[in-house]
Design a protein around this ligand. Structure first.
Ligand code: 16G
Ligand code: MG
Length: 550
């Protein structure tokens, strides 16, 4: 093909018309809204994925159909670039333009413009691998996507129902197949073999972990956990809960990582199952986020969130690098967002360089690439560890001087296989946490005592126009509306250990307020009062006056 197959594109596009009066946006997590209004979007994303692959000389790109932790009736779609990373930011606008073209003619014009703008050589092949989570709307949306892929003439591979991180893994494995940088066998089985093999090596000779309870959010993580559990056998006994992937309405309902983090509480379904001290964790609906928790001896819920995971694993990596005799050559850095608990930032800053960036995986991921080993975690439980190319090479060629150095080096090499470096991965991250807990013989309580979280509170405020809120300094300060930041500063000064920031959400039509302070009542009051300021300054919706804490 040296020209666009216009009549073919037209015929398919006519079968997937855009509904009027809906404005779509490719945001932080791709397109995401009610599954029932996404047919035209999926078709068009299929075409765009084909174009993206052609632009990258036929390297395989990925498409994942999921709405993660959102309610079951929502769905969404995002593109994955050839190294398994999220779509290059400059292409997000093309996705948005394509999705919003009102008619088939307008759509064809945008396709044409994308080809010209990005200088696509249409004679190149297009290769796309795609998967979806367990949502009921998934099957029909995938068939719309397949029409888009057919219309642009892409070679396709259907990865079926799978987790977001496995789809990212597949993309990288396909593109590195047979090269020195091979990421693993390009199949789901290859993923399980790679992770379980590394895990077994890392805990060899150690005391076997007690069973871990896993809340699978009634989502696709249940299927993947079941499969990896078969590979892990008794090296990590798992008790899988919330595995009802075909029960209508069950997905993410009163369970899952987001439920746990925002409510700071146990999924009710685990209430009479968890014994004090027993380790438990929750995945989200597409298994790329992870929350740990346990009940203390008084039966109180104790949460170990993304910040606590970062504290545990970053310290472990720093120690291993030192033990391997590599601390001069391999710099480890940590990336957080403004939502990171102040106590975690303080704890970690004493151990390694810590950088704060804007919310959203792409910002964290890119910042982490600047280190030899870059650890990133959002407080919400999404994160991973990146090893630069030169670090991987160094680890494989470095000559240890002592048996202790050799052991540490081996552990680091095995960690590079255990960790899914393409994107945050609940299963891979859980195995990583289990390795560290096993090595350190930590219980949940010992892990939790690394530092004590400052009490914090999140409030949503519904305002007339959230786009009126502009931030700087990694979202920690407002530049507009003018004058509001000064008022927030004055207020914060009155609270001991107070910190607060305001940012527009990238996924919901609200403004978010975060506050922390030395004691619980003060954190709540600060959040409430900053929320009130936001409301008063921004012509808040009468229904949106902050009263509900989420
Ligand atoms: C999306 C982001 C997540 C971020 C969250 C913030 C990805 C894949 N996911 O879920 O990183 O924490 O949005 O949501 O980038 P908010 O903008 O509504 O606060
Ligand atoms: Mg998710």
């Amino acid at each position: 093909m040296s020209q666009l197959p216009s009549s073919q594109l037209r015929a398919y596009a006519d079968a997937h018309p855009k509904p009027p009066n809906i404005e779509y946006q490719y945001g932080t997590a791709g397109f995401r809204t009610l599954g029932s209004v996404l047919d035209s979007v999926l078709f068009r994303v299929g075409v765009l994925a084909g174009l993206r692959s052609k632009r990258l000389e036929g390297r395989t790109v990925g498409v994942m159909v999921t709405a993660s932790h959102n309610p079951e009736q929502d769905n969404g779609v995002k593109l994955v670039d050839p190294r398994g990373e999220m779509l290059e930011a400059s292409w997000e606008q093309y996705a948005t333009f394509l999705a919003n073209a009102p008619t088939t003619d307008a759509f064809l014009d945008v396709v044409d413009a994308v080809v010209k703008n990005t200088k696509i050589d249409l004679s190149r092949p297009a290769r796309v691998v795609y998967g979806r989570d367990t949502r009921p709307s998934g099957a029909e949306l995938v068939s719309a996507l397949e029409d888009g892929l057919k219309a642009i003439g892409a070679e396709t591979r259907n990865a079926g129902i799978t987790t977001t991180p496995i789809l990212h893994y597949l993309v990288r494995a396909i593109n590195t197949k047979g090269t020195a940088e091979s990421y693993g066998e390009d199949s789901e089985e290859g993923y399980y073999l790679k992770l379980s093999g590394a895990f077994k090596k890392l805990i060899a000779g150690k005391t076997k972990p007690e069973p871990i309870v896993i809340d699978c959010a009634n989502g696709v993580g249940a299927l993947a956990a079941e499969k990896i559990s078969q590979h892990l056998g008794d090296s990590l006994p798992m008790i899988l809960e919330n595995t009802a992937t075909t029960t209508k309405g069950a997905l993410n309902y009163q369970c899952g990582a987001d439920f746990v983090k925002t409510g700071q509480k146990l999924p009710p379904s685990l209430a009479d199952k968890l014994k004090p001290g027993q380790r438990a964790c929750s995945f989200d609906g597409d298994a790329d986020r992870l929350m740990y928790y346990y009940l203390d001896e008084r039966g109180h819920f104790q949460m170990l969130d993304g910040d606590k995971i970062a504290a545990l694993v970053a310290s472990f990596i720093v120690d291993l690098v030192r033990l391997a005799g590599l601390e001069k050559e391999v710099k480890v850095g940590l990336i957080q967002t403004a939502y990171a608990n102040g106590a975690s930032t303080k704890y970690l800053s004493d151990r390694l360089p810590v950088k704060c960036v804007s919310t959203g995986v792409k910002h964290l991921h890119h910042a982490a690439e600047h280190y030899q080993i870059g650890v990133y975690f959002e407080a919400n439980g999404h994160g991973t560890i990146l090893f630069s190319r030169e670090t991987l090479e160094k680890l494989s060629t470095h000559e240890p001087n002592t048996p202790a150095q050799s052991t540490a080096l081996n552990h680091l090499v095995n960690l590079t296989h255990l960790i899914n470096q393409t994107v945050g991965d609940a299963i891979s991250d859980m195995l990583l946490v289990e390795v560290v807990l096993t090595h350190k013989s930590y219980s949940g309580a010992e892990w939790n005592s690394l530092y004590t979280d400052l009490p914090n509170r999140l409030v949503k405020v519904v305002v007339a126009d959230r786009n009126a809120f502009k931030t700087e300094d990694a979202e920690r300060r407002l530049v507009s509306p003018a004058g509001l930041q000064q008022k927030i500063d004055e207020l914060v000064r009155k609270f001991e250990g107070g910190r607060s920031f305001v940012r527009p959400s990238g996924t919901e039509d609200v403004v978010r307020v975060y506050a922390e302070a030395a004691i619980r009542a003060q954190a709540d009051e600060l959040a409430y009062r900053v929320g009130g300021l936001v409301y008063d300054e921004a012509g808040g919706d009468p229904k949106g006056r902050p009263k509900e804490f989420v």
